[in-house]
Design a protein around this ligand. Structure first.
Ligand SMILES: Cc1cc2nc3c(=O)[nH]c(=O)nc-3n(C[C@H](O)[C@H](O)[C@H](O)COP(=O)(O)O)c2cc1C
Length: 158
């Protein structure tokens, strides 16, 4: 099974999870780079505004072609109960129709519909799983176990 982990991370949580999944599946990795500055207070505000407004952003050109993979796992932080703008743009720029896709999310407390909202962005994909990880770096061993179990389930579906 050839897998690709694609992720956006503003402050490192989703990156941590992405790298654990890569280690588990032996997957290739692609970071989505938001060309809009998201650092500091102003960056936080723009992220919040773009998340709640369901706005896309500009992203750096990606290097991997998802069509080359059996499974594409896309990870994003939750911004105002929405996927990040960078993930939104990735879905708009990459046709994942007919592909096996799994979604992973990191957040601080409340997912409130983000999974369903994100699924709507890739209506023609074969969604084989999703996972929501709250503050994944607080207890890294617990997170690694959750990821391990999730990946076993995914492997059995591809
Ligand atoms: C603009 C913004 C909006 C956020 N909105 C939510 C939210 O609606 N619910 C939630 O539980 N966490 C929310 N968070 C927290 C992040 O989802 C959480 O810290 C995530 O793990 C960050 O991932 P990252 O480190 O990969 O960027 C928000 C963070 C930011 C910056």
């Amino acid at each position: 099974m050839k897998s690709l982990v694609v992720y956006y991370s503003r402050s490192g949580n989703t990156k941590f999870v992405a790298e654990e999944i890569v280690a588990e599946l032996g997957a290739d990795i692609e970071e989505i780079v938001d060309l809009k500055s998201r650092g500091g207070k102003l960056g936080w505000l723009s992220a919040s505004r773009d998340g709640s407004g369901n706005r896309p952003t500009s992203i750096a050109e990606t290097k991997r072609n998802p069509k080359d993979y059996d499974l594409i796992l896309v990870g994003t932080p939750v911004w105002a109960w929405s996927p990040s703008s960078a993930a939104r743009t990735y879905f708009a720029k990459n046709d994942l129709s007919g592909k096996n896709v799994a979604l992973f999310f990191t957040l601080d407390n409340n997912p409130r519909g983000v999974v369903e909202k994100t699924k709507k962005l890739i209506p023609n994909s074969n969604l084989i799983g999703d996972i929501v990880l709250i503050k994944p770096q607080i207890d890294k061993e617990k997170t690694k176990k959750e990821i391990y179990d999730w990946c076993i389930g995914l492997r059995s579906k591809v």
